[in-house]
Design a protein around this ligand. Structure first.
Ligand code: SF4
Ligand code: SF4
Length: 424
């Protein structure tokens, strides 16, 4: 890696702690990723992107800002990336999948708060995230109570804007979210110093749709038996989707999808065809949270899909047709986001059906329902979803965890027993 220390210092980062973080992530990456056999050639690009996640990509963001552009960070799939792109901005989805900065939130946010919420704030407080440091604005949403209150604290440390997400998908809820998308467009315009035209927005939405289409192709190829790519590699691609350059990423994912389709034709897999196939369903798996995927694949299974925001809840929604006016397009964007089947909604009946459909599409032998500790919405919903899956005869394992490795042995035992049970 080139020497980026001056750039990190200019971004106001804590260089010593950042060195520690890079060391931990580098070791984990080598262990989880570089020990894998039989990876698709196309994964080399994604290995490179990870190795330069805090280097080259940040340099690109800094250059973009120098030439007058803006960088906007977000934490959730409800924040419309195309509105940011249309204003000439770069959207970055922030990863907060590590326990590293959680200690920094002691006394600031209650301990019994979801680790994702604590880590999101912790990455700002600890000064180790170059994406937050490089962003002009961070955008939150009112999806869960933990995040809502965390953004109030974050706003004391970094420019933060919060979008209101309704709790019900009623006509009133839809109108509310449309007005939130309009207000967000105004905020982004003000930050960028540029008015968004209907053409800007339609070009940005087309780029976003192309990216999601590439992801759909790539993930659909995992349905082959043997599956042509490991769950770990597929997860990595979904994680990188949130921060890589959109056009470059779309091209590379399409190339990888081509390669997987060729592997499928040759009957070439990442694991033997007899490997038990698992669908992951639950809370997001932001970088560098590779824990469950590595435990499952070390125990002799393979993950063949993620019903998660780092996964299908991101790539499966698409923008409905509009009348082409700016207002019409923004209405369509609002509708696209309310098609997300997140547990923050009540009711959210569609999600159980999504999981059943996805389990069948990827030929899963079992489903792992996962929620991060203290995530009430997903944990509560797991009970209902498990019932629906059992009714369909789909074996299910419910797990709760956090980003630490403290429970890894216990999880491995439960996962091992589940894999044995479904292997019959
Ligand atoms: S699970 Fe819900 S709240 Fe969390 S990132 Fe996804 S859409 Fe947002
Ligand atoms: S995992 Fe649950 S508690 Fe944590 S941020 Fe997402 S919705 Fe909120």
């Amino acid at each position: 890696m080139s020497d980026y220390r001056q750039m990190w210092a200019d971004l106001g980062m804590d260089l010593d702690r950042h060195d520690q973080l890079l060391e931990i992530i580098g070791q984990a990456y080598s262990q989880v990723y570089l020990t894998q056999q039989n990876r698709p050639e196309g994964m080399k690009y994604f290995d490179f992107v990870i190795s330069e996640a805090h280097g080259l990509r940040i340099q690109e963001l800094v250059e973009h800002k120098k030439s007058g552009g803006i960088v906007v960070g977000s934490f959730c799939v409800f924040v419309p990336e195309d509105v940011i792109l249309a204003a000439g901005g770069i959207p970055v989805g922030l990863c907060a999948g590590a326990e590293f900065p959680i200690g920094d939130t002691e006394g600031i946010i209650p301990r019994n708060t979801c680790p994702l919420v604590r880590a999101s704030l912790g990455f700002k407080l600890s000064g180790v995230c170059p994406y937050i440091q490089a962003s002009n604005l961070m955008v939150g949403e009112t999806t869960c109570d933990g995040k809502k209150k965390m953004y109030e604290i974050l706003a004391e440390y970094h420019p933060t804007y919060v979008m209101e997400v309704p709790q019900k998908k009623t006509a009133a809820g839809r109108n509310l979210f449309y007005s939130e998308v309009l207000a967000f467009k105004d905020r982004v315009q003000a930050e960028a110093g540029k008015r968004i035209t209907a053409t800007d927005l339609s070009q940005a939405t087309a780029k976003l749709e192309a990216k999601k289409q590439a992801l759909r192709r790539f993930h659909a190829a995992r349905a082959a038996s043997p599956t042509p790519v490991s769950g770990r590699d597929a997860l990595l691609v979904s994680q990188i989707a949130f921060y890589d350059d959109i056009d470059r990423f779309t091209g590379k994912v399409n190339e990888l999808a081509d390669e997987l389709e060729q592997r499928k034709t040759r009957g070439e897999g990442a694991f033997p065809a007899s490997t038990p196939r698992i669908l992951f369903a639950g809370t997001p798996l932001p970088l560098p949270d590779w824990k469950i995927h590595s435990i499952v694949e070390a125990a002799g299974g393979v993950i063949v899909g993620e019903e998660s925001c780092v996964g299908s809840r991101y790539y499966s929604t698409s923008t409905p047709a509009s009348d082409g006016t700016l207002e019409g397009q923004l209405k369509a964007i609002a509708a696209r986001h309310l098609d997300t089947h997140c547990a923050c909604f009540t009711p959210n009946e569609e999600r159980a059906q999504d999981i059943i459909d996805m389990a069948r599409a990827v030929k899963a032998d079992g489903v792992m329902l996962y929620s991060l500790a203290f995530c009430q919405t997903y944990a509560a919903e797991a009970v209902k979803v498990e019932k629906a899956l059992r009714k369909e005869g789909i074996p299910t394992l419910t797990l709760e965890s956090d980003f630490s490795m403290n429970d890894a042995a216990q999880l491995a035992t439960r996962v091992g027993a589940f894999l044995e049970m479904i292997a019959g």
